[in-house]
Write a protein that binds this ligand. Structure first.
Ligand SMILES: *[C@@H]1O[C@H](CO)[C@@H](O)[C@H](O)[C@H]1NC(C)=O
Length: 208
């Protein structure tokens, strides 16, 4: 996948830094393409970042990081155009009590098409003549409250922790010029019963 590798090399890395004072919001976004989270730090690795108003003791530990922070953010954000979450959503336990922490996320914007299909509907991926689909990522579940929420009761949209990355779309569609796949439990299984789900797909078109 030469072209895909090229995307990686030309992609510019964006950095988002959010101080963990109260539950502050981190905002990741791509003007073009979709988010691909590269690395993340929740803790402290630097004395200067988010040091305003802090005592020396609160900045004393610069080797503090919570394991797994990058996976949490990847689950929430990869493949989206915009992604917002609280620092509290990333914190699973306090990696260094008494230290002022921050969240730093490095991400790139991959120039991929993004397709969202609500549960029960068909998802149709297609490329121009002479090009074939390469699926960068797919997720069948729910990662926010607003997508596919029209006329749905709150009980079906409030579980936003139903991220379920799947390679079924890649297996079905890679290498084809167009491809239709149903956003349905019969295809993907049911990762969260009672939640109205949707299929998110990020894909590129490559020359055959
Ligand atoms: C983000 O990238 C910068 C520049 O390469 C690097 O200094 C920093 O350590 C990275 N942050 C994380 C959380 O990996």
């Amino acid at each position: 996948y030469t072209l895909f590798n090229l995307f990686f090399t030309v992609a510019v890395t964006e950095k988002a830094t959010t101080c963990d004072d109260s539950d502050n919001i981190q905002h990741l976004s791509c003007d073009n393409g979709v988010i691909s989270v590269q690395s993340a730090l929740y803790g402290r690795a630097d004395r200067q970042i988010c040091s305003e108003g802090k005592s020396p003791q609160q900045l004393a530990n610069t080797q503090c990081s919570q394991d797994g922070a990058v996976d949490i953010i990847k689950n929430r954000c990869d493949g989206k155009r915009v992604c917002e979450f609280n620092t509290g959503d990333v914190r699973s336990s306090d990696p260094c009590v008494g230290i002022a922490k921050y969240l730093e996320t490095n991400y790139t914007c991959l120039p991929a098409n993004r397709l969202v299909t609500c549960e029960h509907s068909n998802s149709h991926l297609y490329c121009d003549y002479g090009q074939v689909i390469f699926v960068y990522g797919a997720d069948y579940g729910r990662r926010d409250r607003t997508t596919c929420s029209y006329r749905r009761p709150a009980s079906q949209t409030e579980n936003v922790y139903c991220s379920n990355p799947t390679n079924i779309v890649a297996q079905t569609c890679n290498g084809k010029n167009s491809c239709t796949i149903r956003a349905h439990n019969s295809v993907f299984g049911d990762p969260c019963t009672g939640t109205f789900k949707y299929l998110e797909v990020a894909y590129t078109c490559e020359c055959e």
